[in-house]
Design a protein around this ligand. Structure first.
Ligand SMILES: *Cc1c(COP(=O)(O)O)cnc(C)c1O
Length: 397
C-alpha cells in the first residue's frame, strides 16, 4: 500500500489519541529506522526510551524466536521458567528481593500504589493511603497512575481522579516535609522527570526523600520506567545517589520493544501482597520475560553499553551547549546519560518536523523541550550528524 493511503486509513480506523508524525515506520536495524518509502532515519527517540539496544537486537530476536517455538503463554496459576529467571536476575542486579511482572509502565505504577496501601494496612497495621507525588511528573494513563501524575493536562475531562495523592513541587524537600501527614504511606518519584521535560533534581534529593521516608515509616517508590535499563549511565538511576528505594517500577527498556513492566520491591514492602490481592493474565508472560532476560543479559555482559552512555551523553551535551551559545532562543540544555533535553523559547514541533525531513527522529515534550533518547548504542558520529542538522535548522530561523 502506498504511504498516503496508509496514513489515510490510520486516520480513519484508529482512535484519534495521538498526534502522529506523517510517516509509517516499517523496519528498524540498530540506530536506524526505515519508512514505507524506503527513507532512512537515525532514531533519537528509540520508541521513547524503549529500544535501548537498538532495533532488532539479534540476541533478543533469537530469544523470542526460540521462546515462541517452545511456549508462548501459560497462566500465572503455574510457575513460569523465564519469569523466574528474569526475576532472579533483576533481584541480583538491584536493591530488590522480589519482582511482580505486568505489561506496561502504568501497570507497574498501579502495582506500586496497591503495594504501598497494602503495606501500610497489612504490615504496619495503620490506616494510611496517601501518596506524595511531584509536580511535572508522569506515571502513566490508567486511573491510579494518571491520578498520581501531577499535571492537570492529563486529568482534563477525565475527573474525578482517584483519591489519595498529594502533589508537591519537584526538587523541593521542604514541601515534602510539609505534605507528610497521618494519612501518608509513600512517596513516588522519578529520579529524572522524563515526560515533564527532562528535569533533573539537585544532588542529594533522593537521599533527603529517603530520610523523610525512614523518619515517617513511608515507602520510597521510584518510577524508573524511563530512567531504568542503562538510560542514565547506570543500570538504574538510583545507583548514582547510592539510595535504596523500597519499590521501583520498570517498563520501557526492559523488553527491547516487547511489552513488559515490572515492580521490584524489598521483601518488607511486598509483604502485603499475598495470593489473590493482585495479578495480571499476561504479566510475566514467557515471551515478555524471554525478551527481558535477553535484554538484561545483553546489557550486563556487554559492559561497554552502559560504560559508554555517560561519555556519549557528555559528548552530546557539549555539542548542544555549543549551539546554545550561538542561538539565544535556546533557554537550557540538560541531561543525564542519554536522556537529554533542550529547552527552547518557542514551541518545538516545527523543529521536530524539520529534523524528520533531514532524516532524524527526535521528540518534543511539554511543547518546548526537545528530548533526545537514542539507543544506547548510538555513536559519536551519529550525535554529531544530528547536531549539525540542528545547527542548520536553527540558522534558518
Ligand atoms: C512512559 C512512562 C510511564 C508509563 O508507561 P506506559 O508503558 O506507557 O504505561 C510511566 N512512568 C514514566 C516515568 C514513563 O516515562
Amino acid at each position: 500500500m502506498i504511504t498516503s493511503e496508509l496514513i489515510k486509513d490510520s486516520q480513519q480506523y484508529l482512535m484519534n489519541t495521538y498526534g502522529r508524525q506523517p510517516l509509517v515506520i516499517v523496519k528498524g536495524r540498530g540506530t536506524r529506522v526505515f519508512d514505507s518509502d524506503g527513507k532512512e532515519y537515525i532514531d533519537f527517540v528509540a520508541g521513547v526510551a524503549v529500544d535501548n539496544l537498538g532495533h532488532c537486537n539479534t540476541r533478543v530476536v533469537v530469544a523470542l524466536q526460540k521462546q515462541a517455538q517452545r511456549l508462548m503463554h501459560v497462566s500465572n496459576h503455574y510457575h513460569i521458567e523465564p519469569q523466574i529467571e528474569l526475576a532472579k536476575m533483576l533481584v541480583k542486579h538491584s536493591f530488590a528481593d522480589k519482582a511482580f511482572f505486568c505489561n506496561s509502565g502504568t501497570e507497574a505504577i498501579e502495582a506500586s500504589i496497591k503495594l504501598a496501601r497494602r503495606y501500610s494496612r497489612e504490615v504496619l497495621k495503620k490506616d494510611r493511603y496517601e501518596i506524595i507525588t511531584m509536580r511535572g511528573s508522569f506515571h502513566g494513563r490508567t486511573y491510579g497512575s494518571v491520578s498520581a501524575t501531577a499535571q492537570e493536562k492529563f486529568h482534563a475531562g477525565f475527573e474525578p481522579m482517584v483519591a489519595g495523592f498529594r502533589y508537591v513541587p519537584f526538587n523541593d524537600i521542604e514541601a515534602v516535609k510539609q505534605a507528610v501527614n497521618e494519612k501518608t504511606c509513600a512517596i513516588l518519584v522519578e529520579p529524572v522527570q522524563g515526560e515533564g521535560g527532562v528535569n533533573i533534581p539537585a544532588p542529594g534529593y533522593l537521599r533527603a526523600l529517603r530520610e523523610i521516608c525512614d523518619k515517617n515509616e513511608l515507602l520510597l517508590m521510584l518510577d524508573e520506567v524511563q530512567t531504568g535499563m542503562g538510560r542514565t549511565g547506570k543500570l538504574f538511576a538510583y545507583e548514582h545517589e547510592g539510595v535504596t528505594p523500597d519499590a521501583m517500577a520498570l517498563a520501557k527498556g526492559l523488553g527491547s520493544g516487547f511489552p513488559i513492566g515490572a515492580l521490584l520491591a524489598s521483601n518488607k514492602a511486598a509483604a502485603g501482597l499475598v495470593p489473590g490481592t493482585h495479578g495480571s493474565t499476561f504479566g510475566g508472560n514467557p515471551m515478555a520475560c524471554a525478551a527481558g532476560l535477553a535484554t538484561l543479559e545483553a546489557i550486563l555482559e556487554d559492559n561497554i553499553i552502559i560504560q559508554n552512555v555517560s561519555a556519549l551523553g557528555d559528548h552530546f551535551l557539549k555539542g548542544l551547549r555549543a549551539l546554545q551559545k550561538k542561538y539565544p532562543f535556546i533557554k537550557d540544555v540538560r541531561g543525564t546519560g542519554l536522556l537529554i533535553g533542550m529547552e527552547l523559547g518557542f514551541e518545538g514541533k516545527d523543529i521536530v518536523a524539520a529534523c524528520l525531513k533531514e532524516g532524524f527522529l527526535i521528540n518534543c515534550t511539554v511543547n518546548t523541550v526537545l528530548r533526545f533518547m537514542p539507543p544506547l548504542i548510538v555513536t559519536e558520529e551519529e550525535i554529531d550528524q544530528l547536531i549539525e542538522a540542528l545547527d542548520s535548522i536553527f540558522r534558518k530561523r
